[in-house]
Write a protein that binds this ligand. Structure first.
Ligand code: NIG
Ligand code: FE
Length: 412
């Protein structure tokens, strides 16, 4: 007889397990059993093995749907201040690039973060994680990149790690020291190269020493770092054994995606301007394409990522919030599912896969989360919906009824 800690019945399950080839990997009239925080059994209720019914708490889902806990695989959610003033400037005619070139943009958030103390950043981060948790998120990636000096980058990453320890949401951290050229280097000769040397030789080793980063990212763009500088940072990170990823092809095509994929990047992110050679490189190297419809929407971009090419070459597509104060001040994963469908024309199933299984893959944690499979962490959500497509279809009335993290029901 099976001894389980909890059992869910009267549910339909969008397992998102790629081994189940039907739509959403769905199991109708299913059941999920949990033991020691892991999924111990999943299948049709009719096949439920004999279990100790007297000692097992049983939760009923009223024929609603369970999905894996959502994973937001690209955020910058630890930051101070906001950029509502720049939003206003843009509405008065300035472009995102204009503002960045005038020392606003990322640099204005850098100033706010350098002044903020850890307790303040932690509290801001906690509130944002709560907002994501209410929408079913159980894992979040958080980047640094608003410090651009060692002390502040360490501070941001420490806050991200602390959030992971004190919040039920799991946090994966990414060092994005090469996000912009800091003001101190902007005024010196060859400042961008000098700063990249500093990132590689001083910041990265200190961050590795303090075990504060799971991955390293770079902003490869005309207004940030060129291909050679990007490659230098990614190679150093790779040699240190960290996962690598890239902000690439957001505003122009520099070929960053191709280069990063060849280095074994887990993901390239944004990629509105990627070309077919870039997409092929993703496919050949099993690199995920992280689509960020929030930034596309908020910056009113017009060039959409080449979804048909990504499909043609079987590149795993991920959908994430890119939550940040400049290009995507939108702390909502459910809205991202909707925008991925309405703006990028993903199907609701592709969008959900992009926030579950493929999101886990982009973070290199697909062995433990991202789908409902025996042995994986019991991270899942119960939604008051009749079809999984409802998650991407509407927005505004949150259908999340229960979030389960490592088998524990989270009070919200
Ligand atoms: O992902 N592209 C670079 N970084 C962020 C924007 C950061 C900002 O504007 O503060 C992004 O869009
Ligand atoms: Fe980003």
């Amino acid at each position: 007889m099976q001894q389980w800690d909890q059992l869910w019945i009267d549910v339909n399950i969008a397992t998102m397990d790629p081994q189940r080839t039907n739509s959403y990997g769905a199991i109708e009239n299913g059941a999920i059993a949990v033991k020691d925080g892991k999924i111990a059994w999943v299948g049709e209720r009719i096949n439920l093995p004999c279990f100790d019914a007297l000692s097992t708490p049983i939760y009923k889902g009223h024929d609603h749907w369970i999905t894996p806990g959502l994973i937001d695989a690209h955020t910058h959610l630890v930051f101070a201040g906001n950029r509502a003033n720049e939003f206003e400037q843009r509405l008065n005619g300035a472009s995102y690039e204009d503002i960045a070139r005038q020392g606003g943009g990322i640099i204005s958030t850098v100033k706010a973060c350098r002044h903020a103390d850890e307790a303040e950043l932690f509290e801001l981060g906690r509130q944002r994680l709560n907002a994501l948790a209410r929408e079913g998120v159980t894992t979040v990636e958080i980047k640094s990149g608003y410090g651009l000096n060692l002390d502040t980058e360490l501070k941001l990453l420490r806050v991200a790690r602390e959030l992971g320890k004190h919040h039920h949401i799991d946090v994966q951290t990414t060092f994005l020291g090469a996000h912009a050229i800091p003001p101190e280097f902007n005024t010196i000769l060859d400042g961008a190269n000098q700063y990249v040397e500093h990132v590689v030789n001083d910041m990265l080793p200190a961050i590795i020493d303090a075990e504060l980063a799971d991955a390293v990212d770079v902003f490869c763009e005309n207004i940030a770092f060129d291909l050679k500088q990007t490659e230098q940072v990614l190679i150093a990170a790779k040699l240190a054994g960290l996962n690598i990823k890239l902000h690439a092809e957001q505003l122009s095509n520099l070929g960053g995606s191709k280069m990063a994929a060849k280095l074994g990047a887990k993901s390239v992110d944004h990629i509105e301007y990627i070309d077919e050679a870039g997409v092929k490189a993703l496919s050949e190297n099993d690199t995920c394409a992280v689509l960020l419809p929030g930034a596309f929407y908020f910056l009113r971009e017009t060039q959409t990522p080449p979804i048909d090419l990504l499909r043609k070459h079987n590149v795993p597509m991920v959908v994430a919030s890119d939550f940040n104060p400049g290009s995507s001040p939108i702390c909502s994963t459910l809205l991202m599912l909707n925008l991925a469908c309405t703006l990028f024309r993903l199907t609701p199933e592709e969008a959900l896969k992009g926030m579950t299984f493929n999101a886990a893959k982009a973070l290199g944690i697909e062995h433990s989360v991202g789908s409902i499979e025996i042995g994986k962490q019991a991270d899942f959500c119960l939604w008051g919906i009749k079809t999984p497509a409802e998650l991407a279809y509407g927005y505004g009335v949150n259908p999340c009824q229960q979030v389960v993290k490592s088998g524990q029901i989270i009070a919200m």
